[in-house]
Unconditional design. Sequence first.
Length: 403
Amino acid sequence: MADAAVDTVASVPVAVIGAGPAGLMLAHLLGRAGVETIVLDTRTRREIETTQRAGILEADAARDLVETGVCDRVLRDGHEHEGIELRFGGRPHRIHFKQLVGASVWLYPQTDVFIDLADARDRDGGTVHFGVKDTEVLDITTGRPRVRWTAPDGTRHEIRARYVVGADGSRSMCRDLVPEDRRVRYGKEYPFAWFGILAEAPMSGPELIYAHSEHGFALISQRTETVQRMYFQCGPDESADAWPDDRIWETLQARVAGQDGFRLKEGPVLEKTVLRFRSFVQEPMRWGAMTLAGDAAHTVPPTGARGLNLALHDVKVLADVLLRALGSAGEAALDDYQPRALQRIWRAQNFSYWMTQLLHTAPGSTPFDLRRQLGELDNVVGTRAGRTYLSEQYTGWPVGSRG
């Protein structure tokens, strides 16, 4: 297919594969600096913006959406959360981020981040092609990489770029372009999953609730005043169709029950999904003229709310590196990307793993394992050092932090 004729040829400094938040934010940041991009995605815009995904944004990520001119909707429609609640042993325990580390997070769904970024690209005249197929990335070990793709109308096109960015998600095609004998993939599969629901119900609490109980883990999140997102631990092969509404609510209520009489506010279940857990990192994050960003390079369990924030941090670093590479620094500037990105990635992998093992009940767990978890949770909420550690990790690390 690579030798087939093409209908059009376009030249831009940077071609981006993947029009999720990572790819669109990179295109936006480069566009602000006067660097033209073309962004491609196999999904339609409607497919992306109707895939419901939760979202917790670090304060830095929310600030970037506003200060770089994407949109200020996060401030109007998002909800600032100054902490979270840990429920265990039948009692609630508040972790007050703002008091402990002077930071907060924003509840703002990833779908809304995508919509804001896609609208900003339209507003600014950026080129984004949705619903493409047969995408090929060629010649990335040369100074003249090419991208070929087929438009929804069947026409074939070619992009000639100086650099290519693979931001094409957890099923990335771009990551496979790094030769097998030159890449290392680190990963862990978890023996449980999250059963997630979207429910038409009032909020059960003002902030996220992470619940640990003898019945298993649950996370109570929010979406709007009338629609809520909630999760509970289940087996990785569980079928969503096997769970009627009454069974779902019975399970969730049991996992948040406590001595304070707390109960969730129930309502019709609008959506049911099973979300499997995986930790993954591929190195290197650069091969020739191609770099990887976001889920194409790494995946974290959702427990610590790191995935979207990591992706946005990747492209913030990458935009800086690419601008220097396209300027006087030349290609040597690309060498800075991986070490700068990986420090945060492995911090996030550690935190996500820690939160996951802290709150979930692994298959085959013994009474000792349960009591040990309770001891660790007591250490977290019962000491200032424990509360501060959780707050620092959850709210993220400013770009100027140590290292």
